[in-house]
Design a binder for this molecule. Structure first.
Ligand code: ADP
Ligand code: ASP
Ligand code: MG
Length: 407
């Protein structure tokens, strides 16, 4: 008998009809003899709706209260699914994050899981009960409700699979797997049968929201086999697993685009030691993650320094940087939101050369200007104007031979 964690995302539980379909699938797995633990998201759009309400209540809502509010969306879906299953005579029970012992730190709205006790899950499984668990939520040591960051139900599912030593964690969503690029942006994208944790981690953190980044990190750390599959149709999905020899045979496994960045440029920075620390120290202290940085040397011992920050942090970062710029006697600060980061990912880059050169050539051929570049062993990213992001993704997808053969 296999123990499988099923996670259903927002679209998959978006209305009662869809919840019935989820119940069908869970019932089928149960009948087939699997032990099933279900993790659910809130109905699609619900977390955004709650966030909007919070911002209507006050411009800058308190993080602890936000978590109290946002965690309610998942309570609705777990109760509805458990009722549906029980109505069919199947012994299911809903549980909140707290009830299954998902203990986190106190970083409200982006809490990290510290440990999972899972006592009630073991108990439920022992008695043949199907637990239906609220994703995205936990509690801190003070028993306050926390949430795990957007898309965090993926993390709940993987963490429970690790705690229960489940045979597999299946992420059921609105696509039938991980594709070589977001199929909604690149229609020629192909489903990938098998992808390494490392590539998936890069793809997720560079914009492929099909899996939450931290869920992939967690899966890699605890070696949880994750499958991504469609909740709407039967068929093969994508297995996220350890790297194997054939994965290196292609240079580029996937293309991503990320609109969640903004660029800040400080013009006329005096070129002397200690300046970078003066600029980035306060940014780090404000918990803002700087991603890419470039510095252009001018002739007059002044430099221009550009860097990217998450767009959501721009409101916090701008006054901070304006203050620092004044302190270091820089000339001015400019901010651009309309940028996007386009990236190529592949473990094969370790053994294939020339990927960067080809990427620059493809972008130049499309007349797309590159603002910033960054590379690591298995990825290359370029910042371009946001309006060219989708064009760049499609052109790169074709140029690196990832397009599906046309039928
Ligand atoms: P859920 O609500 O089930 O968690 P998400 O919306 O978080 O679903 O994730 C699924 C979406 O991820 C897809 O609809 C797709 O548009 C998007 N996506 C982005 N990049 C990829 C990719 N490389 N492969 C598959 N889907 C992707
Ligand atoms: N409901 C949460 C969100 O929309 C968590 C999730 O869906 O995974 O971010
Ligand atoms: Mg998701």
């Amino acid at each position: 008998m296999a123990l499988i964690v099923h996670k259903y995302g927002g679209t998959s539980v978006g209305n009662i009809d869809r919840i019935h379909k989820v119940a069908d699938r869970v019932a089928q797995a149960h009948r087939a003899g699997d032990q099933v633990v279900v993790v659910l998201s809130a109905m699609s759009g619900e977390t955004d709706r709650l966030l909007k309400l919070a911002h209507e209540a006050t411009p800058n809502p308190d993080d602890r209260e936000l978590d109290m509010l946002l965690s309610t969306g998942e309570r609705v879906t777990i109760a509805l699914l458990a009722m549906d299953l029980r109505g069919r005579g199947i012994n299911a029970r809903s549980f909140t994050g707290r009830q299954v012992g998902i203990i986190t730190d106190s970083a409200h709205t982006k809490a990290r899981i510290a440990r999972v006790t899972a006592e009630r899950l073991h108990e439920a499984l022992k008695h043949g009960v199907i637990p239906v668990v609220a994703g995205f939520q936990g509690i801190n040591e003070q028993s306050d409700v926390t949430t795990l960051g957007r898309g965090g139900s993926d993390l709940s599912a993987v963490a429970l699979a690790a705690a229960l030593k489940a045979d597999r964690c299946i992420i059921f969503t609105d696509v039938d797997g991980v594709y070589t690029a977001d199929p909604n942006v690149v229609p020629a994208a192909k489903r990938i049968d098998k992808i390494s944790y490392e590539e998936m981690l890069e793809m997720a953190s560079l914009g492929a929201k099909v899996l939450q980044t931290r869920s992939v990190e967690f899966a890699a750390k605890f070696n949880v086999p994750v499958e991504v599959n469609s909740s709407f149709k039967e068929g093969k999905g994508t297995l996220v697993t350890r790297e194997d020899a054939d994965m290196e045979s292609v240079a580029v496994a996937g293309v991503t685009g990320d609109r969640n960045q903004a660029k800040i440029t400080i013009v006329g920075v005096p070129d002397k030691p200690g300046i970078a620390a003066k600029i980035f120290g306060p940014v780090a202290n404000a918990n803002i993650n700087v991603d890419m940085i470039i510095q252009n040397m001018g002739l007059d011992s002044l430099t221009d320094l550009s860097f990217t920050v998450p767009r959501a942090d721009l409101r916090k970062a701008t006054p901070l940087i304006q203050g620092v710029a004044k302190d270091i006697s820089a000339k001015s600060v400019s901010v651009t939101e309309a940028i996007a980061k386009v990236s190529l990912i592949g473990v094969g880059m370790r053994s294939h050369s020339g990927v960067a050169a080809k990427m620059f050539e493809v972008l130049s051929h499309e007349g797309i200007n590159i603002h910033m570049i960054s590379t690591s062993e298995i990825k290359i990213s370029c910042v371009v104007d946001e309006k060219y992001m989708e064009l760049a993704m499609r052109a790169l997808h074709t140029a690196f031979g990832l397009d599906q053969p046309t039928k």
